[in-house]
Write a protein that binds this ligand. Structure first.
Ligand code: PGA
Length: 250
């Protein structure tokens, strides 16, 4: 895994046929990328995405997974199932999962465990709500989310963890954190990792920024010292915009 990772989070967008078309459009535009490129697609689009990305430099991510290996869990998808298909990554703890679907720091930690055990690379999302930023507790909130999610994760396993700092107030709102705000929290996260592991391990972790990152602001955000990539929602659905962001990640 390279240090810089640009991942699209398609959320609940694109049918399988549309997924194929979007990946075919993205593929030539990112073929020379200097960073790792990932598309996070709906479960149902995974076979199409794996087929379309075959032989390319684009990895495929799921947007969630369950922590049990199998059993009576109607509607859930196990990490092993994703892995067997050839999925390399899974986005976990996204704020939309936390806000609308009851994910908590404790359940995110279980999903991280399940995903790492299955051999997946985790894109772990953390970030504060607007009220928490206004209360000046962003650092505490994000530190707690990171610590709980990584409980029991070894230093060796940490090499398969990407952290996405996504301030909830910046997601899908068009309100991007300033490059300084993004970098400050990404650096705080690296400090938490240094405390949990060590400086070298912390330095090696890819820490992305996410939240209204787009073709116009990506270069400034990605130039910051502790921002090692992006988790891109809206702008990942437009091939030229996504490619511009990928090109900005050097
Ligand atoms: P956005 O979404 O780029 O549309 O703000 C980012 C995300 O939710 O990962």
């Amino acid at each position: 895994m390279g240090k810089y990772v640009i991942a699209g989070n398609w959320k609940m967008n694109k049918t399988p046929a549309e997924a194929t078309a979007l990946i075919e459009a993205i593929k030539p535009l990112v073929a020379d990328a200097a960073c790792d490129v990932v598309v996070g697609v709906p479960y149902i689009d995974i076979p199409a995405a794996l087929e379309a990305t075959k032989g390319s430099n684009i990895g495929v991510a799921a947007q969630n997974c369950y922590w049990e290996k199998s059993g009576a869990f109607t509607g859930e998808i196990a990490a092993d199932m994703l892995r067997e298909m050839g999925v390399g990554y899974v986005i976990l703890g996204h704020s939309e999962r936390r806000t609308y679907f009851g994910d908590t720091d404790a359940t995110v930690a279980k999903r991280v465990r399940g995903a790492l055990d299955a051999g997946l690379t985790v894109i772990l999302c953390v970030g504060e709500y607007l009220e928490q930023r206004e209360q000046d507790i962003t650092a505490e909130v994000v530190a707690m989310q990171v610590k709980i999610a990584l409980e029991g994760v070894s230093e060796e396993e940490l090499s398969r963890v990407i952290i996405a700092y996504e301030p909830v107030w910046a997601i899908g709102t068009g309100k991007t954190a300033t490059a300084e705000q993004a970098n400050e929290v990404c650096a705080q996260i690296r400090g938490v990792l240094a405390g949990l592991y060590n400086e070298a391990a912390a330095k090696a972790v890819t820490i992305q920024y996410g939240g209204s990152m787009n073709a116009a602001n990506a270069a400034e955000l990605l130039a910051m010292s502790d921002v090692d990539g992006g988790l891109i929602g809206g702008a990942s659905l437009k091939a030229p915009d996504f490619a511009t962001i990928v090109a900005a990640a050097k």
